[in-house]
Design a binder for this molecule. Structure first.
Ligand code: LLP
Length: 431
């Protein structure tokens, strides 16, 4: 959020680079990532785990932002990653990301996607449902192959967050329900299958979570399930994967408690419960997406027209909008913004920032304090790094923005801006 920004000569600085120069060089809308910040976040997660004494893996949830360059940074940082589609898997492999550090998620993986996973020897398939057990069995039999799997469980724990962001509650579309015995049935099927090497269990309770309670309950539950399965089936999950969801601060209203606190709590609960039950300590995996890339991303726009409705409101219009960031329209997500070329100017007005899309809902920010602005000023929306570019569309036939990585005072273009030609590249004549 805005209190943590760096500036120099009145210009917003990202990864040591003048953001206004970036906007001029690469055009807008432009997505810029501070790669140093991504690395720092990863290191701070590691530090929390190192203190706990647990074996662990941090598996970046790449749906938050998945491009070749991002997978390359992850590879350099020796992280795991999770993918949720053939497209993400393809991108990771193309980036040279090690297949054995990839987990494959999804509630309706296709035969082709499972074949791709098996052919490329990925690290683990996180099985979501009974149909997937059948499909995977078929693929493994045909190829005479084997693969590591985890079972995705629905633990009946719901995180207090936007309803689209809840995933662990009993009526969720994801995973095997624990209470009704589905999870146990899945366990029996997988244990019987010698081509599937069951390494652990997974649960994800939601996204943009602020409270500790959900993770505390989940940690208890996962050990309880482990103990139950240990007693009944002599099977003890080696990995407890507790998913992602650590909340970040988009505006001053948000009060995230910090991933280190989540990690400390999870490891404390698992250690205590496992010792109580006489189980050996499992590995703990987490799958953070938003918390790794969200705060490190900025969307830069050029300010154009404006509309003042006397005594009511003022709109400032920018050259992007719901096509490069659907979150305000879809989740009523709030953001802060600054004028990147007027960082030292006095804030003089409260405005609505609206996009250029032909839809009334295309409001990027409902209320933000800005200095006086003129067309050509550069607006920087903050904390846009997660689920912004990755959810971008070509609505209204607007090309998707370019993406730049900035680090140590240097900037590198990592995704080209789409061109009008790109937009029609797949279109075919009818007449
Ligand atoms: N693991 C699983 C199984 C997930 O489904 C997700 C997110 C994550 C990890 C990562 O969660 P994170 O750490 O990023 O909160 N588009 C929505 C968020 C959807 C999240 C979907 N699953 C948004 O923009 O808020």
């Amino acid at each position: 959020i805005s209190s943590e920004l760096k500036s120099s000569n009145g210009h917003l600085v990202i990864g040591g680079v003048d953001s206004v120069e970036l906007a001029h060089e690469y055009g807008t809308p432009l997505v810029v990532y501070d790669v140093e910040q991504i690395r720092q976040t990863i290191n701070s997660f590691r530090a929390s785990f190192e203190q706990s004494g647990f074996k662990y893996e941090i598996s970046y949830a790449s749906k938050a932002f998945a491009t070749v360059a991002m997978y390359q940074v992850l590879k350099q940082e020796h992280l795991h990653t999770d993918v949720v589609s053939g497209g993400e898997l393809f991108t990771a492999l193309k980036a040279g990301f090690p297949a054995d550090k990839i987990s494959f998620h999804g509630n309706n993986k296709s035969l082709e996607e499972l074949e791709m996973a098996v052919d490329n020897h990925i690290g683990v398939v996180i099985i979501d449902n009974f149909y997937e057990i059948e499909l995977l069995e078929k693929v493994l039999n045909e190829k005479n192959a084997s693969i590591n799997v985890m079972l995705r469980l629905t633990p009946g724990i719901s995180a207090h967050t936007h309803k689209y962001d809840q995933t662990g509650q009993v009526d969720s579309k994801f995973g095997f329900d624990v209470e009704s015995g589905q999870a146990e049935k899945a366990l029996q099927l997988v244990l019987k299958n010698s081509n599937m090497n069951l390494i652990g269990i997974h649960a994800h309770i939601g996204s943009q979570i602020f409270g500790i309670e959900g993770f505390t309950m989940l940690a208890h539950k996962m050990v309880e399930i482990s103990n139950d399965w240990h007693q009944k089936y002599d099977f003890t999950p080696q990995v407890l994967n507790l998913g992602g969801g650590f909340g970040i601060s988009y505006t001053s209203e948000d009060e995230p408690i910090g991933a280190d606190v989540f990690i400390k709590q999870i490891t404390k609960v698992v250690k205590k419960d496992a010792q109580k039950d006489g189980l050996s300590l499992p590995e703990i995996w987490i799958e953070p997406g938003r918390s790794i890339v969200g705060p490190a991303g900025y969307n830069l726009y050029t300010i154009g027209s404006h509309k003042d409705i006397p005594n009511l409101k003022s709109y400032i219009n920018v050259d992007g909008g719901m096509g490069d960031n659907i979150r305000p329209a879809l989740y009523q997500a709030k953001y802060e913004a600054v004028v990147a070329n007027k960082m030292d100017a006095k804030l003089t007005q409260d405005v609505h920032v609206s996009g250029k899309y032909c839809e009334s809902g295309d409001i990027l920010i409902d209320s933000v304090q800005l200095p006086d602005v003129v067309p050509g000023d550069v607006l920087a929306m903050l904390d846009t790094g997660a689920y912004g570019y990755s959810m971008a569309s070509n609505y209204n036939r607007n090309p998707r923005p370019a993406v730049v990585f900035a680090e140590g005072g240097k900037a590198k273009l990592v995704v080209k801006r789409e061109s009008f030609e790109d937009l029609t590249k797949l279109d075919l004549d009818y007449l």
